[in-house]
Design a protein around this ligand. Sequence first.
Ligand SMILES: Cc1cc2nc3c(=O)[nH]c(=O)nc-3n(C[C@H](O)[C@H](O)[C@H](O)COP(=O)(O)OP(=O)(O)OC[C@H]3O[C@@H](n4cnc5c(N)ncnc54)[C@H](O)[C@@H]3O)c2cc1C
Ligand code: FES
Length: 259
Amino acid sequence: MIFDRKYTILENRYISGITWLLRVKAPQLKDAPAGSFAMIKSSCDHTYDPMMRRAFAIADVQGDEILLFYDVYGKGTAVLTEKKEGEQINILAPLGKNFFPENYDHYILVGGGIGFAGLSLFMRRLKEKGKSFRAVYGVRRKEQLSMLQWIKENGFEEDVLVYTEDGSYGEKGLVTKDLKGLINENKNTALAVCGPKGMMRAVMEVARQTNTPAYLSLESKMACGFGICIGCVVKDTEKDSYVRVCYEGPVFDGYKIQF
Ligand SMILES: Cc1cc2nc3c(=O)[nH]c(=O)nc-3n(C[C@H](O)[C@H](O)[C@H](O)COP(=O)(O)OP(=O)(O)OC[C@H]3O[C@@H](n4cnc5c(N)ncnc54)[C@H](O)[C@@H]3O)c2cc1C
Ligand code: FES
């Protein structure tokens, strides 16, 4: 069920780099599927600026609270940083219809930058179910590791391999550096991927070389978030037609989609 309602903000604070954390009391969203997202209205009730809601992954569910990590780029996210604890915020969620499949024996989660927020709830659910997985989290510089504290505080430190391009934290290099080796460690492995397009293309190259199933969580520009504006389409190369990231996605088989 999708809820369009106001929730109370419990925390909205700067973390590092350009990333903020928003924690909201939302008992209605406690069963949000891993990989689902929320459309958030950052403008106040009496204004329509910015008019459109903005899309963010539901990064974690803790009891009756949800967590979102957001990078500040433009007006929508800048206005969001002004929200204070105790204020109400309008959220449309949980959105999306297609998520990461759960029928593999082992998963490698590959997250680039804030894209890791699109995988973190899936990682929690895999752990809760006792499924086998490793996660790879890559950024350019240490300051961009905005989910590192969440990883440590939630007991995922042993599960996540961290890569920085400049070597300022963890392993030096790109998220793809050791990917082939990790894939070869286990049978019936699938990749769950979220991050910048360049990173996802590089991951797909490794997936093809190793013949590994790969599922990508896409982040198109979205206006409505629920299938009516047709603003977020990508090409389904198998069907030779277009699909809506918000409605048919946001997760797609990486072999069948042009992104
Ligand atoms: C399904 C989905 C899940 C998402 N999950 C998250 C999430 O968990 N955390 C998060 O931070 N973001 C996430 N995003 C991206 C987020 O929606 C955008 O960053 C946000 O809408 C930007 O709004 P804005 O008003 O700040 O910027 P706009 O005013 O819309 O844009 C300002 C400028 O920044 C550029 N810009 C906007 N967004 C990005 C971007 N993501 N990367 C690079 N340049 C950008 C624009 O091209 C423009 O030049 C997600 C998007 C989708 C579709
Ligand atoms: S955002 Fe409107 S159809 Fe996807």
